[in-house]
Design a protein around this ligand. Structure first.
Ligand SMILES: [Zn+2]
Length: 387
């Protein structure tokens, strides 16, 4: 098959060639490209919605009868850094068989290309839709706080009632639910003493060990949720002490906790507080405190979602198959909008690929063609057919 004869594959190649690493070059160059493309292809005004100097979402709106809820098609422009271990140049797209290799090919410039083209196609119909169709190419999805999605909310392009869809690589499934996460920095303080007389001091490293085991034990004891699976914890870093023969005065860990029901965001804080309290009881004189570095609640699946029902039908019409829904272990722009507003119509549907955030990332081009068809169908349906 000559994939390059398809406009969506040509556009995908252009997008992969523009490095938009986060951290790295970020989105300025690709943002300028997307904005110019939208202006040229749609003739509509394009907004660069800046949240930091040089960093912005690109927004284009096809105005309809109703402004809220709008249909919001949101896709991130940034990619994670290339890293080592590539067999090809990560910023030179290479087509081999039905795969395109390149950083961001799957996550998620293929979805971005599908979103750009299906939006353009709706504008070209020359009709006024029933509701606003808003296209957003977002920035900072790969950053810690996803400032692009937050900005889309601040500027009112997405609201608690919007129908929000991204084309993240979901291998043709629909992802609506997200695990939550809380990242902590925990420090315990003891008292320094000579290594030969440790009973004179208070050993902060023994203390932090108690904290680690206390948290792990509590996480392991939580029940497994049928949909989300198990909550988890990763103790990413540990620091403490300065010499072998000195009792450590302080010790610090950072940890990444992923939340599945029944562990709520609030509950994750309580769990850590209890573990610190227990450690302080076991190591007399020890004190402990924590800081929350990042925090997002879990997002539940919503079977009553209108967008979910319509999207499932569109996928079935294109592929002939009913598609499954599954839980995203990570977070995306649509997940942020759901978590921040309680919106129950936010989801991801996109192509098949492999090696996201790793060397030799690729996307399956047949699945990209399929996602483009679904993207056109669902955008048309939400824009022109559904009241
Ligand atoms: Zn992504």
């Amino acid at each position: 098959m000559d994939y390059r004869s398809h406009e969506v594959i040509q556009l995908l190649e252009e997008l992969v060639k523009i490095e938009s690493t986060n951290v790295g070059k970020f989105e300025k160059e690709i943002g300028d490209f997307v904005a110019a493309w939208l202006e040229r292809e749609t003739g509509l005004p394009v907004v660069k919605d800046e949240f930091e100097p040089g960093r912005f979402n690109v927004v284009c709106k096809l105005e309809g009868e109703i402004h809220d809820p709008a249909f919001v098609s949101i896709h991130h422009m940034d990619v994670v850094p290339a890293g080592d271990g590539w067999e090809t140049d990560p910023f030179v797209p290479v087509i081999e068989g039905n795969r395109m290799y390149g950083r961001g090919s799957g996550d998620m410039k293929a979805g971005l290309a599908c979103g750009m083209l299906s939006f353009r196609d709706m504008v070209k119909l020359g009709k006024k839709p029933k509701r606003d169709i808003i296209f957003i190419a977002s920035a900072d999805e790969e950053g810690n706080i996803m400032m692009g999605a937050v900005q889309a909310l601040k500027s009112g392009y997405a609201t608690k009632d919007s129908y929000v869809l991204d084309h993240e690589p979901t291998a043709g499934k629909i992802f609506m639910a997200h695990k939550g996460k809380t990242w902590f920095k925990i420090t315990v303080k003891g008292a320094q003493a000579h290594g030969s007389t440790p009973w004179v001091g208070i050993d902060a490293i023994v203390g932090i060990s108690e904290v680690v085991l206390g948290i792990k034990r509590r996480i392991d004891a939580l029940p497994t949720d049928e949909t989300f699976g198990q909550s988890s914890v990763c103790f990413g870093t540990i620091q403490g002490g300065f010499n072998t023969n000195v009792v450590a005065e302080s010790a610090t860990i950072t940890l990444d906790m992923r939340l599945a029901p029944p562990l709520t965001s609030e509950g994750s804080l309580e769990l850590v507080e209890e573990a610190i309290k227990e450690a302080c009881e076991k190591v007399p004189g020890l004190t402990g405190s924590y800081e929350v570095i990042a925090r997002r609640p879990f997002v539940l699946h919503n079977d009553d979602s209108l967008l979910l029902k319509e999207l499932q039908e569109c996928v079935k019409e294109v592929t002939g198959k009913y598609t499954e829904t599954a839980v995203f272990t990570g977070y995306t722009d649509s997940g942020v909008i759901a978590a921040e507003t309680g919106n129950g119509n936010c989801m991801s549907y996109g192509p098949l690929g492999m090696n996201y955030h790793q060397p030799n990332e690729y996307v399956d081009l047949d699945s990209v063609l399929e996602v483009y068809e679904v993207s056109k169908k669902i955008t048309y349906r939400m824009g022109f057919e559904i009241d």
